[in-house]
Ligand binder design. Sequence first.
Ligand SMILES: [Zn+2]
Length: 499
Amino acid sequence: MRARHPARAARRPLAGVLAGALAGTLALTGCTADSPAASPPSGSPTGASGSGSPAVAVDDPALDAAESTPVEDRVYPQVGDPGVDALHYDLDLDWAPDSRTLTGVETLVFRATEDAEQFQLDFGAPLEVSAVRLDGEDATYDHTGKDLVVHAPVTKDRRYTLVVEYAGMPKPVAAPTTRTDFSTLGWTVNRDGTTWTMQEPFGAYSWYAVNDQPSDKALYDFTITAPDPMVGVANGTLESRVKGDDETTVTRWHLDEPASSYLVTVAIGDYEETRDRSDSGVPVTYWTPRSQPRFAHRVQVAADELDWIEKKLGPYPFSSLGILLVESQSGMETQTMITLGTETYATSAPVIVHEMVHQWYGDEVTPVDWRDVWMNEGMAMYLQLAWQADNAGAPIDRFLRQYAAIEPALRREAGPPADYDPAAFGRGNVYYSPALMWHQLRLRLGEKRFWSGVRAWPKAHANGNASYDDITTWWSERTGRDLSAFFDAWLLSKRSPRS
Ligand SMILES: [Zn+2]
C-alpha cells in the first residue's frame, strides 16, 4: 500500500510533516507482479457464464505452484482458515450496475490440509448462496455472518473442486485502521454503478468465497460480464474481450503465478486501455477512466520507472504489468495490476515506484501473516525514497532525516513495526521505521553486500511466503553476522534505535 506522507515531506517543511503525522493524517499505500512463460493450467475455463463446470482438473501439475502452508493469522485470526489450501479460483462474475447486483459462479480447487468433517471459507453475509457442490455433489452448508461452512468430510492432502453459486449486493467491510485514505475494504460501488476493490489486510470475502489470509496463495482466472460501455479489469493478462449479444462486454483474465487474496483486484468501469512496454520488454497496460483522460498520460511514467527498479532489484518477477485507476483515495500493489486512486498523490511518480517495488517485496515474497507487513512496506518505502533522491539529485539522507525525526512518535502511536496495534493497520510505523532500518543495514554492510542481498531475498522465496525468523535468519546467514539483535531492536522494541 502507498504512504501519502513522503510526497508531503518532499514539498513541505519539516514542521508540516510532523504536524501531519502527529495529527494522525498520515496516509499510506502498497503493490506488485512476476514472470513469463508459466503455462496456464490445462483445461482453463471456457468462460461459459454460469456453467459452474470445473475449470481446472484437480491433478493439473500447474496447480502445484499454488500449494501453500496456510496459517491462522496472529493479528486478524477471525479471517482465514488454515484447513483450506486454495489452489485455483475461477471467478465468473456478472455485474448489473442498475440493481447493484453481482451474480457469481465460483469454482475453487483446493487441498484439504487436515482430515475434517467440515471446512470453511470467508464469504460476505450480504451475498446469498444458492448452491454449493463438492466434486459435483450437492453439499449442505451454513452461511452465518461472514463464514461459509461446508458440511462435507475432507481428507488431508486430497484435492477437491468446490462450486459456489451466489448473488446479491456486495458490501465492503470495515477496515481495522485509523488511516484517513480508506475506512472500508473490498467490493466498492461508485455512484455511477462502476466498481472497484482494495482489500488489504482482508475484504476479498466481500465478493467471493475465499481463504482470505496472505499465507494461502492461489492462481486465478476471471470472467467478467459488464454492460456496455463498461469493461471488467483484473489481475494478470487479458485473454479475451468479446461483445456479448445483449450489449455486454465479456473479458477473461488469467493470472499465471499464485497470489494472496489481498493482492487481487477487480474493477468494472468505462475504461480506456493504453499499451506500453518497458525497455526490458515487460508489457505494460494502463486502464484509465475514459472520462478522465489526463490520467492516461500521468501514469505512463511506469515503464521508465520499472527500468530504474530493475537496476536495483533485478528482472521484474511477473509476465505483465498494469496500472488500473479507480475512485479510491489510496493505492495498492495488486499483483501484476496495480490499483491507484484517481487523485494527485496516488497517481504520482513516487507512489507508482512504491507500488512497483511491492511486486518484488510483498507479491513475489509475501509475509506469512499480518504481523510482518513491515517486510512489504519498509522496502517499498526505502526504494521509493531512493528513487526520489535520485530523481532530485539529492542524497537520500536528506529525506531520511525527516523520517528519523518523526519515527519515535509513529512507534509510540501504533506500536513497534512487527508488533503493532491491530486496530492501527498500515500506519507510518510499518513504513518509515523499517525504511530507516534498511538504511542502517546498508551503512553496516556496504553497498555491494547490501544490494546483492536486497536483490536475492525475493528470489529466495519466489511465489511463496516468509516469516520474521525467515528473513532475519537469512540476512544473518548471508552476511556471516548475527543480526538478530539489530532486527529485534528496530522491529520489536517500543523505543527507537538510534539512526
Ligand atoms: Zn506499500
